[in-house]
Structures are given as C-alpha cells and as structure tokens.
Design a protein around this ligand. Structure first.
Ligand code: APR
Length: 309
C-alpha cells in the first residue's frame, strides 16, 4: 500500500472510487476533495464508518482544501460538471478545463511527486490540461478510458458467449468517445481468437454497443452518467501502480512518436507500475485499425486545440 491517495471530486465517480480504494486498502489514507461544503466530509466519514464492517484500516476523510492532500502518492481527478441543456460541447470542454486547471495547480503545489489518474471528461483533453499545468512528466499523467471501454466490451462478449468475463482478453484503443477503436484482432477467449466464436455481425454489434456504452447508461439514469464501472477502472489503474504490478492496461498516454503520433493523449497499451507509465507497448494494427486510430486522434486533437489554458 502507499501512504496517501487523493480523489478530487466527491460526486458519483469520486466517492465510489474512494470507497473502492479503501476496501482494497491501497493506501493508508484516502482523501476526498470537493468544492461543495460538507459533502466530501460527510461521504468520507460515512465510508470510514463502514471500515469496521468491511474490515479495512484505510482512513477515509473529506475536505474542501488541499492541506490534507499534501504529498499524495496518487491523485485521481474526477472533478467537473456534466453537460447542461443548451451547453455546447465546446462550452463543456472549457468549463471542465477551467476546473481541471485549478485542480492541477493545487496538485502541483501540494503533491509535486504524485501520479495523476485523470477521469474527468473529455478525458484525453483533460489529461493534456493536467500535464501542461503541472509540468509533470508523461510517466505521471495517465487518463482512465481504455480500461473502462475494454471492460464494457469484455462484459458484452461474455454475455454473448455465456462464459466468464475473466476469460475474455481484449484491448480498446483510441480516444474516449465514439471514435474509440476496439481491437477485434487482439480479442480472445482463453487464447481462442474471438472470430472463431462469434460471427462478424454479432461482433460489430458488440463493438457498436461498447462505443456507445457511456450514452447507454446516461439514457437510463437521465440525470447523471456511469460511475460503478468508471470507478472500478480508475481503481484498477491505481492498484497496478500501488502494487507495482507491471500490468498492461489501455490508458490515455502522451505520445512521443508511438503509433506514428506525437503531442497527443491517446488510448494505447501501457505498462503500469510504481513509476506510473513505465512503457507504451506498440502492437501491430490492421490497416483499418490504423486508419480508425488516426481518426480517433484527429477527434482528440480537435478538442485539445479548443482548450484555452
Ligand atoms: N474541485 C473539486 N471538485 C469539484 C470542482 C473543483 N474545482 N468543481 C466541481 N467539483 C465536483 C462537484 O462538486 C461534484 O461533486 O466534482 C463533482 C462531480 O461529481 P458528479 O457531478 O457526481 O459527476 P460524476 O458522475 O462523478 O462524474 C465526474 O467523471 O466520468 C467522468 O464524465 C464524468 O467528467 C465527469 C466526471
């Protein structure tokens, strides 16, 4: 375990992340920060009071400031607002960029050695804001998207085949949006290529559902977006870092020539360990996957270009 993990934003994703981190005892202390007075304090206390029942010793607290977060080993950023009626995507982008900028300035000051796991959307652009504002090296700024998108894709495949989710290996690359690129050529069930088990039409439908996985949940919830699977995904990244597991997980990382691209955050296979991003793995792609990844990068670049810092 590490000493301290901070979660910024004590909303649905942030609070669920804090609870999962504590239940897994990934840190001695989990600190939730939010701008709303009382909410992080109340949720933190409520979670800490579940410790005797759940059997964890991680101390969870909530606060409105950054003093308690100082020298965090990892900071998970979930602060932001959801899109409101009448708000354009660009408005949302710049509102959340402003929030993430302010949060990043605080992280730089209070936890200069932290590894940032960005969850706030639009994810790839917010990871860019955090890296620019903190000045942290790319090893210490990662975006959570691919793990979630892959989990959705894997759960749909398990459902279609009626097999264990644990036996589905898969990788979803690209930006976190409808341009994401699920790699059918790297999808297998206990080593069996997925194309031997599902026909193309079924696979295409699953890929499509995974691409729209976030929207499917919003449609049900109406007033909010997904948080159980997103928090699980963020915690899996934290666990790989805390336990120095050297896991290969799809994460948004700053590319410096990998996949023929530079100066962009994009979902790629990453080796995660105690140093954060320890390596980007370059896999061979089919020409269609390469074109799709390029399109996904264009969509992310468009957002990054709009961000005003
Ligand atoms: N500092 C700290 N917290 C902030 C700030 C700030 N500057 N601005 C807003 N917040 C808090 C809000 O007060 C709220 O409690 O961020 C929290 C966001 O919580 P929710 O509205 O419940 O949103 P949530 O579902 O948790 O999603 C958060 O994660 O998956 C992404 O797209 C999602 O960008 C969104 C983020």
């Amino acid at each position: 375990m590490v000493n301290k993990i901070t979660v910024v934003g004590a909303g649905n994703v942030g609070a669920t992340t804090a609870q999962r981190l504590a239940e897994k005892e990934l840190a001695r202390q989990v600190v939730m920060v939010d701008v709303v007075d009382g909410v992080p304090q109340g949720k933190g206390l409520d979670q800490w009071e579940s410790a005797p029942i759940e059997g964890f010793d991680t101390r969870v607290i909530g606060t409105n400031g950054y003093d308690e977060t100082s020298e965090s080993d990892i900071v998970v950023v979930t602060a932001g607002i959801a899109r409101k009626p009448g708000m354009s995507r660009d408005d949302l982008l710049n509102t959340n960029a402003g929030i993430v900028k302010q949060v990043s300035e605080n992280i730089r000051r209070s936890s200069p050695n932290a590894i940032i796991v960005m969850v706030s959307n639009p994810l790839d652009a917010m990871s860019y804001v955090a890296m620019k504002v903190t000045g942290f090296p790319r090893e210490r700024v990662l975006g959570m998207a691919g793990v979630l998108d892959t989990a959705r894709y894997r759960s749909f495949i398990a459902e279609a085949l009626d097999v264990s989710v644990g036996d589905i290996q898969a990788m979803v690359l690209g930006g976190h949006g409808d341009t994401m690129v699920p790699l059918i050529s790297y999808t297998s069930v206990s080593g069996i290529p997925i194309t031997q088990l599902l026909d193309r039409k079924t696979l295409d439908a699953i890929v499509d559902r995974a691409r729209n996985g976030g929207a499917e949940i919003v449609k049900y919830l109406k007033t909010g977006s997904a948080y159980y699977a997103p928090s699980s995904a963020a915690v899996q990244m934290c666990e790989a870092i805390v336990k120095d597991k050297k896991r290969i997980l799809p994460c948004a990382a700053w590319l410096t020539g990998e996949y023929g691209m530079s100066d962009i955050f994009l979902g790629v296979p990453c080796k995660l360990g105690r140093g954060g991003l320890e390596k980007i793995i370059e896999v061979e792609l089919t020409s269609k996957e390469r074109v799709d990844l390029g399109k996904s990068a264009d969509a992310v670049r468009e957002l990054i270009n709009i961000v005003k810092l």
